[in-house]
Write a protein that binds this ligand. Structure first.
Ligand code: NAD
Ligand code: UDP
Length: 348
C-alpha cells in the first residue's frame, strides 16, 4: 500500500533531522503531508523554527543509546540520516567514523527487523570507492568496489557504509531501502569554519566560505576530481517518489544524483567565482585566484580521493519514475545566495 500523504495517523521517524538533508526533509514532510514526525538528533540549530510544531516530537539523543534505538524502531517509517559524514574527519577519527556509520545503523536495522518498520537508510555514493578518471557510470547492480589500502584512512567512512549496506541487505525480515546520495548541495549545507563548526566542510561550504572571506579557493591536487552535484530539493522529491512507490522500493538500493551536473572541482570553482561576482556586483578578476593544495597537506595523512562519480539513474527512473531536474548553476546560485545572507555578519 502506498503511504497516503493525507493520513494523520502516520508518524515518520527522522534520525538526523537537524542535519542538512534532515532539515529539508522535515520541512517537506510537514508542508506536503499531514503526517507526524518523531525527530532525533544531537543538534537542532537548523530546525529552530520547527521545535514547537504540534505535529512534531523531538528527542535530543544519541543513536549510540540502545534505548533510543528501541524508541525509533516503533514507528512504521524510519529514515536514518545520522552519521559522521565530513571527509576531513575520516582520517583523524576513523574509529568514531566507523562506529557512527556501521555500529549505530546496524543496531537500528536489527531493531527495525524486529518491529517491522520500513527502514530507509542513507548510505553514500562513496561506496563506489577509489574510482578513476575514466570510470564510467556507476550502477547499483553491476559496479564493483575498490578501496585504497588500510593506511588510506579516507576509506574508513566508505567501508563502514558498505558493510552497513551488506548487513541491512542480509537481515532476515527487514523492510529496507538504501539511498546512495551523489553530492547533494543547497542551503544549510555544512558550516562556516570558526563560526558554527570546526575543520574542513564539504566542497560547497569550503568554496563559499573562501569567497565570502575573500580568500583563495583551495583546489585539492589540482581540482581534477569530478562530481555530479545534486540539488537537495531534487533529493527531497526523490524521497517523496519513494514514499509513493513503496512496494517498488523495498529491498532496493538507489543512486540519487544528477548526471547532467557533472563537473571537475576546478570547473566548480570557476562557476562559483563567476556566480559570486555576479551576486555581489564585483568584477570576477577582483576575486583571489584559486590555489592548488596537496591532498594530504590539506586534509591530513591518509587522504585519498574518488576521481569520478557519475551515477546511473536508470533504476530510480524505472522503478520510481524519478529523475533529478535542477541544473548546476541554479543550485549553486541558490546556495551561494543563502550562504552570503546567512553568514553576512560572520565573514571575518
Ligand atoms: P549532516 O552532517 O548535515 O547531518 C547528519 C545529522 O546527524 C547531524 O545533524 C548530526 O548532528 C546527526 N547525528 C550524527 N550522529 C548522530 C548520532 N549518533 N545520534 C544522533 N544524531 C546524530 O549530513 P547530511 O549531509 O545531512 O547527510 C545525511 C546522511 O546522508 C548521512 O548519513 C550521510 O552519510 C549521507 N550522505 C550525504 C551526502 C550529501 O551529499 N549530503 C552524500 C553522501 C552521503
Ligand atoms: N575539495 C577541494 N577543495 C576544498 C574541499 C574539497 O578541492 O576546499 C575537493 C575534494 O578533494 C574532493 C571534492 O572536492 O575531490 C569533493 O569533496 P567533498 O569534501 O565535498 O566530498 P566528497 O565528494 O569527496 O565526499
Amino acid at each position: 500500500m502506498p503511504l497516503q500523504f493525507n493520513d494523520p495517523a502516520i508518524t515518520v521517524a527522522i534520525v538526523g533531522c537537524g542535519g542538512f538533508i534532515g532539515s529539508h526533509l522535515l520541512d517537506a514532510v510537514l508542508c506536503r503531508t499531514k503526517w507526524r514526525v518523531f525527530g532525533v538528533d544531537v543538534d537542532f540549530y537548523r530546525i529552530q523554527h520547527r521545535l514547537h510544531d504540534e505535529r512534531c516530537e523531538f528527542l535530543n539523543a544519541d543513536l549510540a543509546d540502545p534505548g533510543v534505538v528501541e524508541r525509533i524502531a516503533k514507528f512504521p517509517v524510519v529514515v536514518n540520516l545520522a552519521a559522521i559524514c565530513t571527509p576531513s574527519r575520516y582520517m583523524a577519527e576513523a574509529p568514531a567514523v566507523i562506529r557512527s556509520n556501521y555500529d549505530h545503523p546496524a543496531a537500528l536495522a536489527e531493531a527495525c527487523a524486529k518491529s517491522g518498520a520500513w527502514l530507509i537508510h542513507f548510505s553514500t555514493s562513496e561506496v563506489y570507492g577509489r574510482t578513476l578518471e575514466d570510470s564510467g557510470e556507476l550502477d547499483e547492480e553491476s559496479t564493483g568496489f575498490v578501496f585504497g589500502p588500510v593506511a588510506s584512512s579516507r576509506w574508513s567512512y566508505a567501508t563502514a557504509k558498505l558493510l552497513t549496506e551488506r548487513f541491512i541487505a542480509g537481515l532476515e525480515g527487514l523492510n529496507w531501502t538504501i539511498v546512495r546520495p551523489f553530492n547533494f548541495v543547497g542551503p544549510y549545507m555544512d558550516f562556516m569554519p570558526g563560526v558554527d563548526g570546526e575543520g574542513i566542510p564539504r566542497v560547497l561550504a569550503s568554496f563559499s566560505t573562501a569567497l565570502v572571506r575573500g580568500e583563495p579557493l583551495k583546489l585539492v591536487n589540482g581540482g581534477k576530481a569530478r562530481r555530479t552535484f545534486t540539488s537537495v530539493f531534487d533529493a527531497i522529491d526523490f524521497m517523496f517518489a519513494l514514499f509513493v512507490a513503496r512496494e517498488n522500493a523495498l529491498s532496493q538500493i538507489f543512486n540519487v544524483g544528477n548526471p547532467d551536473n557533472e563537473v571537475s572541482i576546478a570547473d566548480l570553482a570557476a562557476r562559483m567565482r563567476r556566480i559570486y561576482a555576479h551576486l555581489k556586483g564585483v568584477p570576477e578578476e577582483s576575486l583571489p585566484v584559486p590555489e592548488v593544495v596537496d591532498g594530504e597537506a590539506y586534509y591530513g595523512r591518509g587522504y585519498d580521493d574518488s576521481m569520478r562519480r557519475l551515477p546511473s539513474v536508470e533504476k530510480s527512473s524505472r522503478l520510481l519514475g524519478f529523475r533529478a531536474q535542477v541544473p548546476l548553476d541554479v543550485v549553486l546560485e541558490e546556495s551561494l545566495n543563502w550562504f552570503i545572507g546567512h553568514y553576512s555578519d560572520a565573514a571575518d
